[in-house]
Design a protein around this ligand. Structure first.
Ligand code: ZN
Length: 181
């Protein structure tokens, strides 16, 4: 598959609408694969020179990207994560922590969360959305604690240990094959 090609996804809510896929090839198209949704059809624009096998791969890639994006938008539209983080910040960090965003992502399947201290952004794997609330709360507390301590030092675990179900939640996540993050 030509990794030089760029994928341009259609805007707006899509997956639920798509009933059929139509491929339009163009000799002028060289560097991008693009798509748009017209009524219930996903129209995929491909370079003329692309093989049938490559075409199938790109359509699959496009479909997966659209599904991920729709899922991300649906999960984050409720604002649940932000509310939970606010509550947990009050309860376990005296309400002192500040972050710029906390959201579900779909590209972190083995890691359950991540925190970038430089811009105070927190990402939670969408896998957590289907797990028990007390496990999700642990992951939020874990990532919030990284805003204070970036590593997994004793000081970090002391902070996270304030959450009473930390050890149980870690066991639950290990059993699910998810890595500490
Ligand atoms: Zn961590």
């Amino acid at each position: 598959m030509d990794s030089q090609l760029q994928l341009a996804l259609p805007t707006g809510d899509t997956v639920g609408l798509i009933k059929s896929i139509e491929v339009r090839r163009s000799a002028r198209r060289r560097r991008t694969v693009a798509a748009k949704v017209e009524e219930e059809t996903l129209i995929v624009y491909l370079p003329q020179r692309m093989s049938k096998a490559e075409e199938a791969q790109w359509i699959e890639k496009m479909r997966r990207r659209l599904e991920d994006r729709d899922r991300r938008e649906k999960l984050n539209s409720s604002g649940d994560l932000g509310r939970r983080a606010k509550d947990l910040n009050e309860r376990y960090f005296g309400g002192k922590l500040k972050w710029s965003s906390i959201e579900y992502v779909t590209n972190q399947n083995s890691r359950y969360g991540s925190c970038t201290i430089t811009d105070a952004t927190i990402r939670i794997s969408d896998v957590l959305a289907t797990m028990p609330g007390w496990v999700r709360d642990y992951v939020i507390v874990h990532e919030l604690a990284h805003l204070i301590v970036p590593d997994h030092s004793t000081r970090f675990w002391k902070l996270v240990g304030a959450y009473p179900l930390t050890e149980r939640a870690r066991g639950f996540l290990i059993a699910k094959g998810m890595d500490e993050s």
